[in-house]
Design a protein around this ligand. Structure first.
Ligand code: C5J
Length: 223
């Protein structure tokens, strides 16, 4: 079994039981002119994770292991959007469902809701639409992973401290071992990125393991 150098200790990678879970690499979060940028965020902070994700995804696909993508969003009638999520927005800023630079913010089917073209899903790869921050809440993700026989997750995407960390927490509570490659996730706020990764690996890996894709790629290539 390949071992991946990781924090707090090496990760025992079981390729036959491991899936790549790419969180919310959506145009509205990552592209200049999208929702994130309209809120005044520097999308360059997130875009640095694109290249590492592209390389990891290519290696993952070449190894023939399962890939799942998630998208945060809501149907056009906002039927699954709790008022708490709807009302909390920066003062005077756009809210979910409002018309934004790439269509209605976080609404399924709108251009901004789509995954970035660099990481477009291929036929056969699962795309999970999620209304919350964690990818397990109100989705079929757990059933999907159990059906695939998955016990380990490599979790990437954006943002580190919100949807990535929420998903890692949910996965950990459900018995999955999570490995997070630090260069394949990102935040608009670099100090949150650093802190979120530290929280995952703290206390002997209380939520999981943190690595760098440079450690993961050779293990995939050797399969
Ligand atoms: C946020 C996400 N930050 N994907 N979504 O609202 O992290």
């Amino acid at each position: 079994m390949p071992t991946i150098a990781a924090d707090p200790y090496p990760f025992a990678f079981e390729p036959t039981a491991c899936a790549l879970l790419i969180i919310d690499m959506q145009r509205d979060f990552l592209e200049p002119g999208g929702f994130g940028a309209a809120l005044g965020n520097d999308v360059a902070q997130l875009r640095r994770a694109i290249g590492p994700n592209v390389r990891l995804l290519a290696a993952w696909r070449a190894a023939g292991l399962p890939v799942l993508h998630t998208r945060e969003g809501h149907p056009p009638d906002l039927g699954d959007l709790p008022p708490s999520k709807h009302t909390r927005a920066p003062e005077g800023g756009l809210r979910i469902g409002d018309a934004g630079p790439m269509g209605r913010i976080l609404v399924q089917g709108e251009p901004g809701h789509a995954l970035i073209p660099e990481l477009a899903p291929r036929p056969g790869e699962t795309v999970i639409d999620k209304p919350g921050k964690g990818a397990f809440y109100a989705t079929a993700l757990d059933a999907c992973l159990r059906e695939l026989g998955v016990r380990q997750l490599v979790v990437t995407g954006v943002t580190t401290e919100i949807c990535v960390q929420s998903t890692v927490r949910e996965a950990n509570d459900r018995g999955y071992d999570c490995l997070v490659p630090s260069d394949c996730t990102a935040s608009y706020f670099p100090h949150f990125h650093t802190a979120a990764l530290a929280m995952i690996a703290a206390q002997g890996g209380i939520l999981g393991w943190v690595t760098h894709s440079d450690h993961l790629l050779p293990a995939l290539e050797s399969l």
